[in-house]
Design a protein around this ligand. Sequence first.
Ligand code: URA
Length: 447
Amino acid sequence: MMTNGMYEIISKKRDGLELTREEISYVISGYVGGGIPDYQIAAWLMAIYIRGLNERELADLTEIMLASGDRIPLDGVPGIKIDKHSTGGVGDKISFVVAPLVAACGVRVPMLSGRGLGHTGGTLDKLEAIPGMNVFLIPAQLRSVLAETGMVICGQTDSIVPADKKLYALRDATATVSSIPLIASSIMSKKLALGTDGIVLDVKTGSGAFMKDEQDALRLCRAMVAIGEKTGRPTLGIISNMDQPLGRAVGNSLEIIESIEALKGKGPEDIMQVTSALGFCMLRAAGIETSYAQAIDRFGEAIASGRALSVFRRFIAAQGGDPRVCDDYSLLPASPQQVEWAAPASGFIEAIDSLLVGMAAIDTGAGRRKKEDAVGYGSGFVFQAKVGDRVEKGRTIVTVHSDRPEQTPIVLERLSEAIRIGPRPVAEPKMILHLVDKDGARPWTYS
Ligand code: URA
């Protein structure tokens, strides 16, 4: 009987028909409970991959996945709480800049983050570069750090959306990861588990992004915004550019240093553009009426007064880390070897392929190939030039910091593949492409 039920549900979706909430609930609870075998769920996932889900089915799937696990209520923490989520990229350290900035403007920022796997770095790994930093918090500790400092960043436990953990492993083995409704329900079920008042999404597009195609990124963002709004949480998203690494640093300690520099008012232009766009969306999700120009003024004041850096210092200390790293970068792990990659020709930088840079970063020791791999916290890259810059032959473009000197020839080769220099001037890439909110998507026009 149970098998017949599943057989019919698979056939319905295979034929492009709409599933009821009861049918979706039957699938998820049966799978989590062990009553439905992997092979039937795999067929169901493939049917969704091909046929998709409508808005109602997607909201139902997300809510049912969310209900498979625990939630972390934040009611006891005073103030408005807004989460920011990025779909991941190379050099993406925006959380460390935007969270203290927005917290310094009076909005609390709790985030459940992940580790790096493959070419993208992980927020938790970057934080663990700070001596003593603890990213394993129980919900009571999470609430207390958030209440005390205005921000908190920690890992997510296995009890949050267990259905996603099981489904994701199966999707990974059945070529069904890259389905927009499956990605949207996976991400949003985990976001909704945290009791925030609103959610802001940074969906990246370009060579180093999960969604390489801009229109796919837009579809994913719209689907996630619709889920958030349907469940009663103000949700906004941006589509941002991940064609080249964000900022100048790639790698754990190196990105922490760049983030602290940004909080001291010395952040690279692209980092500050993405930070400002997301911070503006976070203030809006918090119900603060502000123009973009007013938001920028508030962030400028939070940096100039030192309040944003002070939030970051208190957050580090509250999670057991050494806040002195904000003043003395030598307290952060450093790699034993530094090597330069120099421009092979004079000209203009046309491209820095972030997927290839992310892969090269793994070879320096900064990332993992397998979940069990150790991370070299001091490893990675510092770029001296970015797309659009004019460079002279022989000038250093990248400083490679490596914990794995034996891999350096491969790293340098990968960089040669990633960085393209041409004879003609190249425009600086546009960082923010679209804004998505409850009224729909439109091109990003703020500056
Ligand atoms: N990240 C997630 O959390 N889930 C997906 O399905 C893809 C990316």
